[in-house]
Ligand binder design. Structure first.
Ligand code: 3PG
Ligand code: MG
Length: 418
């Protein structure tokens, strides 16, 4: 890879220099105060205030620590920026990074100076006051229209303001490298730029999957939307030996096989596409044979296991059934490479977590090189209390890892190559 790395930057010396680090600190916050991420789960946003917000999964914060510690240890003035959720280009307290600053400080074991705006007065004075080895976190990048603007000039103007806070730029936001956003795509054109430790590790691991993966190579896909996964299914079909499909997206495939799916999640306009995929898949695609069907989308809804071709009309499928778990486990047995993206059911509700747990445990026990991709599946691993170290790699990127596997050019990576 023709990309300069953090080690190159450290070798130049960073003591006393301001280093702008783009991180992906887009972490899920506690459900009680509002699910503000775009994660795949079917749970609905509930609103709420930022007071008493709890970070439901700090995996993405921990993942960026090696880069930050290396920089502070070398005496840099570290200015961290990130997005959180999808605010619409204007400040919105629900999406403040303030709770993240607190957690980041705890994990770093040092105070994190928090700027209450991104490129305004607070940001300027916070950055100016940084001593060598100290860390500042700017408020949510997406409180500014320029961050996500499709207009190059508008994005560029915001990138100019951000770039003014650094003498060098480090991209460690793997989860956002697929976004053509100012902090990801335009800032590196304005500053000496390198890839952080996390971005390097992610690319190293994922390139093992797109290169010559050891066979059998089995992919497990879940999550709610087929439309999000279509491109990756197309890209993976020629490469994989087996493709196991669960989660909310399986119902559109079941429908394509001619089964009724009750009131389960269904993307009607995708049914034809799924049918064509099944036809072209040479039998590689494996679908659930049983599902857990409930009276309602609720943690305490009455539910039982039904055959996948016999979902009662008023019922909603919320998990894959035990026979499916066993079948998927058999297909995973003997695999040498496994990639898993997307939960198998509504794992946030214990009654519908068995499928995700069963698959996660099977993958954890496997001898294969195992990669977990995506915000939700990574969160599921931790929420279910599984040992992270029993997986080969847990990616911090959902969309980013899928687009990498699709073979797409990622704006954030391309920007580092220039
Ligand atoms: C994610 O959570 O997928 C990344 O942080 C990117 O966020 P986005 O999908 O809102 O751009
Ligand atoms: Mg996303």
């Amino acid at each position: 890879m023709s990309i300069r790395t953090l080690d190159d930057l450290l070798a130049e010396g960073v003591s006393g220099r301001r280093v702008l680090v783009r991180a992906d600190l887009n972490v899920p916050l506690d459900k009680q105060t509002g699910d503000i991420t775009d994660h795949d789960s079917a749970s609905a946003p509930q609103g709420g205030t930022p007071d008493g917000v709890r970070i439901a999964d700090d995996g993405r914060i921990r993942a960026v620590l090696p880069t930050l510690s290396a920089l502070t240890g070398a005496g840099a003035k570290v200015v961290v920026c990130s997005h959180l959720g999808r605010p619409k280009g204007t400040p919105d307290p629900k999406f403040s990074l303030s709770p993240v600053a607190g957690r980041l400080g705890e994990l770093l074991g040092a105070r994190v100076h928090f700027a209450t705006d991104t490129v305004g007065e607070s940001a300027r004075s916070t950055v100016d006051a940084l001593a060598d080895g100290e860390v500042a976190l700017l408020e949510n990048l997406r409180f500014n229209k320029g961050e996500t603007s499709k207009d190059d000039t508008e994005r560029g103007a915001f990138a100019d303001e951000l770039a003014a806070f650094g003498d060098a730029y480090v991209d460690d936001a793997f989860g956002a490298v697929h976004r053509k956003h100012a902090s990801v795509h335009d800032v590196p054109a304005r500053l000496p730029h390198v890839a952080g430790r996390l971005v390097l590790r992610e690319v190293e691991v994922l390139s093992r999957l797109t290169g010559e993966p050891e066979r059998p190579y089995v992919v497990v896909l879940g999550g709610s939307k087929v439309s999000d996964k279509l491109a990756v299914i197309e890209a993976l079909l020629p490469t994989v030996d087996r493709l196991l499909i669960g989660g909310g997206m399986c119902f559109t495939f079941l429908k394509a096989q001619g089964h009724e799916v009750g009131s389960s999640l269904l993307e009607e306009e995708m049914v034809e596409t799924c049918r064509s995929l099944l036809e072209r898949s040479e039998g590689k695609i494996m679908l659930p044979v049983d599902v857990v069907a409930a009276d309602a989308f609720a943690p305490d809804a009455a539910h039982d296991t039904v055959p996948a071709d016999g979902i009662p009309s008023k019922r909603v499928g919320l998990d894959i059934g035990p026979e499916t778990v066993a079948g998927f486990a058999a297909a995973l047995k003997g695999a040498r490479t496994i990639f898993w993206n997307g939960p198998m059911g509504v794992f946030e509700m214990p009654a519908f977590a068995h499928g995700t747990r069963g698959i996660a445990e099977t993958i954890a026990k496997s001898e294969a090189f195992t990669v977990v991709g995506g915000g939700d599946s990574a969160a599921a691993v931790r929420a279910l209390g599984l040992d992270e170290s029993s997986f080969g790699h847990i990616s911090t990127g959902g969309g980013a890892s899928l687009e990498y596997l699709e073979g797409k050019t990622l704006p954030g990576i391309a920007a580092l190559e220039n």
